[in-house]
Design a protein around this ligand. Structure first.
Ligand code: AVJ
Ligand code: FE
Length: 390
């Protein structure tokens, strides 16, 4: 690789960009926890979320594993912590009880790993652009996970809260539904450039005509659904969704009730999203439909997009949008390089979310990016956008 030929101590243009990106990501992570007490960092706010201090140690361990160990072939800085901070060895449910690093030690671990990473990247001993990008994005993804925890704890900053509450707005006079004609499109990320393994290979997908809502569902619409008996009418629910709702004794959505009615509905589970869609004689889009619609220019045939807008869909990136699809590999999928990133989640348990939320860094979210979670989960910043047959 060309970067290996550079003399040490003279970072290439690419490595300088990686260093800047790592630094920016770190500034974000540290800003998130800057005002929290040690008690808040160590507290378990929900059995499905890690204590925030675990995320800090995990971010450091992941960076050390991929930059120093896997790329540069060095021993882990703290081999003794590898298991504690491995997401599989130590699942979320037990992260509150383990003897992991305390807040000060976790910060020091982050700092020590980073000092070594900077050296290795500067010396081109960790010069694989894709692996470096994966490490950058890993930390950014965890800043969203940490915000989910902060939201549960009622600790989101007022700036974050304001982003979540921003009204959807919308363009008066343009149809609420986009008509997407039947046709073939290329799904997935191209060969070149960074992409997660689950976005490849790019492949042709043939779609029937469909309609998709121009905007995500608002909190106000969700309240209307709720007031119209949304949580009381089994005919709108799948059997599985109804059973979940009964067992959890869910009869309303307090977080949406407390939110700005004009903001996109957020923190809905897939089961609820599906019921909402059925109640509106609609359905969730498949992820192929979502990707096609999200990558169409506003001027594409039949979409009725207003002039001067790049894309046909509005408000992509405000809340994750549930799709009807379960999470699987595209035809010809190859796990690379981080097998535990996606492959272990393939199957019919997880549903795909698309688009990104207000808490997702722009470097992570793009119209090909696939997120996933279990259908009962409400901690994600997730809402929905309706679709239906054309
Ligand atoms: C892509 C958001 C589902 O949080 O499980 C973080 C991202 N993977 N560390 C997750 C991830 C490993 C992942 N999601
Ligand atoms: Fe992680």
């Amino acid at each position: 690789m060309a970067t290996n030929l550079l003399p040490t101590g003279h970072p290439s243009h690419d490595s300088r960009q990686v260093l800047t990106a790592l630094e920016d990501g770190r500034a974000r992570t540290l800003a998130l926890v800057g005002n929290l007490s040690d008690e808040q960092l160590e507290r378990v706010y929900s059995p499905i979320m890690s204590p925030l201090v675990w995320d800090l140690g995990h971010i450091a361990a992941y960076e050390d594993l991929w930059l120093a160990h896997r790329q540069a072939g060095l021993e882990l800085l703290r081999g003794d912590l590898a298991e504690l901070y491995d997401a599989f060895e130590t699942p979320r449910a037990v992260r509150g009880q383990i003897d992991a690093l305390g807040p000060a030690a976790a910060r020091e671990y982050l700092r020590a790993v980073r000092a070594r990473s900077v050296e290795l990247i500067s010396d081109a001993r960790a010069g694989d652009a894709n692996i470096c990008e994966m490490v950058v994005r890993h930390e950014l993804q965890h800043s969203e996970t940490m915000r989910q925890t902060l939201a549960i704890a009622g600790l989101l900053s007022s700036a974050d809260q304001a982003r979540a509450d921003e009204p959807l707005g919308g363009l008066d006079g343009w149809p609420d539904w986009l008509q997407i004609p039947a046709g073939e499109f290329e799904m997935g990320s191209p060969r070149a450039g960074f992409a997660y393994d689950n976005e490849r290979p790019r492949h042709a997908v043939e779609l029937a005509a469909f309609a998709i809502a121009r905007r995500p569902v608002s909190s106000r619409s969700w309240m209307q659904f709720s007031e119209a008996g949304g949580y009381e009418r089994p005919e709108w629910w799948s059997q599985e969704g109804w059973a979940w709702k009964q067992e959890q004794r869910i009869s309303q959505h307090p977080a949406i009730a407390a939110s700005n009615p004009q903001a996109p509905a957020c923190h809905v589970s897939w089961y609820e999203a599906e019921a909402f869609a059925t109640a509106h004689e609609a359905r969730l889009p498949s992820e192929a439909e979502w990707e096609r619609a999200a990558t169409l220019p506003a001027t594409a045939g039949g979409t009725g997009g207003p002039p001067g807008r790049a894309r046909a869909l509005e408000a992509v990136g405000r809340v994750w949008e549930w799709t009807r699809s379960s999470f699987g590999g595209y035809p010809g999928f190859v796990a690379h390089p981080y097998r535990e990133y996606s492959e272990v989640f393939f199957g019919d348990r997880y549903r795909v979310l698309r688009g990104g939320s207000w808490a997702t860094d722009a470097r992570v979210a793009n119209p090909r990016f696939r997120n996933w979670d279990l259908p009962q989960r409400r901690q994600i910043f997730a809402g929905l956008r309706l679709a239906r047959a054309a």
